[in-house]
Design a protein around this ligand. Structure first.
Ligand code: LLP
Length: 424
């Protein structure tokens, strides 16, 4: 990886300086982001393969014996997941479509786990036929459906019950999943009944528990509480329940705010699981890809605001919905390094006809010209995958940087793509 001379902005989580200014231009790994924008246009997603792999290996280092299943929902680009699979990652899927993507990317089906509260009959049939590694079952009725389908197909799938431990994760309420009122998982008392009934089932291999209390977890403590809550279930079936899937949720620092490191989760969880020889599975999404991606946008207009300026750019909530949906804060850096110390309070907004279409409010940015490029950071997770074509906006291209080289791994959609599936 190229060593850079200096870094500007609050790039808190980049020990390898993989996003930094070089000769006045922002680089990602060995590539100038301006060069990509010139060739591909904006808006445009750019991913660093090497940063995603570094994140994967850092997490594997914190949990050396765990099997990591990358959570496809964060970013399911085929080239990116292919690189992760080659590095040894399994995959966590939540739909038949994600399983299909993983298989297309070359993932061994036995390394795929399948979660989700609403698995359809056709998704379950496809997953059974494909021979995926684990079904993370979220309700008694799903379990009954799976048992019947498995029996009819003559398969014996491996099953983990996803437990809702009733702990309130400290994160945005839209992405907290482990409290009793959340739609996810099975309560401890119901799980107890299901274990009694199915632990020796000839139709399924019920041999694990699964827990995922939320995403972007603010502390380790709630995860520990969740695991502690389910330990009595595990200890009641020490011969059968040999696998514990701890889910994902490992946080990243979006703007330099302190977040617990993967090591902190590992230390606390190992302490809590001491004395048990469980096979551990993890399902990280954000931790692997968030900081490995940027969204490049161009300035279309600058106009005055009561407290500064409104910077209208050519990408918005259709490309990156996180600020509009969760009030998420993403850092924004000018691609051309500022030559002055002057900064104005700026509100970086998209062109979409919604007042929520603000990519970043209240950020101090240098004076910006029309046509100037901005990089929205930490856009690699839950960015492109949550994009839409609202306002008839074609989805942007996706670029993968592989060391010093880059290539387009998804082309920009066209207006024709937008109407291709419609009948007049
Ligand atoms: N496992 C399960 C069962 C999950 O539901 C999720 C995320 C993950 C793993 C991966 O979580 P991660 O490691 O990425 O935190 N769109 C939201 C995040 C939604 C997360 C949904 N489930 C956002 O942009 O913040």
């Amino acid at each position: 990886m190229t060593p850079f001379k200096r870094i500007e902005g609050k790039l808190h989580v980049e020990p390898q300086n993989f996003i930094a200014y070089r000769d006045g231009q922002l680089y990602m790994d060995g590539v100038s982001l301006a060069e990509i924008a010139t060739q591909m246009g904006t808006p445009c997603y750019v991913y660093s393969r090497d940063r995603a792999l570094a994140n994967f290996w850092r997490l594997q280092g914190a949990f050396p014996s765990a099997e990591i299943h990358y959570s496809l929902k964060a970013n399911a680009n085929l080239a990116l997941i292919g690189a992760l699979a080659q590095a040894g990652a399994g995959m966590d899927a939540v739909s038949g479509g994600e399983i299909f993507r993983a298989v297309r990317a070359g993932v061994d089906p036995s390394r795929i786990v399948f979660a989700g509260v609403g698995k359809t009959i056709s998704d379950l049939a496809y997953a059974l036929d494909t021979g995926i590694g684990w079904f993370n079952v979220e309700s008694a009725s799903e379990l009954a459906r799976l048992v019947e389908m498995a029996r009819n197909k003559g398969k014996r799938p491996r099953v983990a019950l996803r437990i809702n431990p009733d702990v309130q994760a400290d994160t945005h309420h839209y992405i907290a999943t482990g409290h009793a009122r959340a739609k996810f998982g099975i309560s401890l008392s119901e799980a107890q009944l299901l274990l009694n009934e199915y632990i020796s089932s000839p139709d399924i291999d019920l041999s694990g528990l699964h827990i995922h209390i939320g995403s972007q977890l603010g502390t380790v403590q709630r995860t520990v509480e969740g695991v502690q809550a389910i330990l009595p279930l595990i200890d009641a079936y020490p011969e059968q329940l040999l696998t514990l899937n701890l889910g994902g949720g490992f946080p990243v620092s979006y703007t330099g705010e302190p977040v617990p490191a993967a090591d902190a989760f590992a230390t606390a969880l190992h302490r809590c699981l001491a004395g048990r020889s469980l096979r551990l599975l993890l399902e990280p999404g954000r931790y692997i890809v968030a900081d490995a991606g940027v969204l490049l946008v161009s300035v279309e207009y600058v106009k005055p605001a009561p407290d500064g300026v409104i910077v209208v750019v050519d990408g918005g909530m259709t490309e990156l919905i996180r600020p509009a949906l969760y009030g998420a804060i993403h850092n924004v850096l000018p691609v051309r390094e500022a030559r002055t110390a002057t900064r104005a309070t700026s509100h970086v907004v998209g062109p979409i006809c919604e007042s929520a279409d603000v990519l970043r409010a209240d950020i101090a940015l240098p004076p910006l010209q029309v046509g100037e490029l901005l990089a929205v950071l930490h856009a690699g997770a839950y960015g492109a995958v949550m994009g839409s074509t609202y306002n008839a906006r074609p989805r942007p291209p996706e670029i993968l940087i592989e060391g010093e080289h880059w290539r387009m791994v998804r082309r920009r959609e066209t207006w024709d793509d937008l109407i291709r599936l419609e009948v007049q």
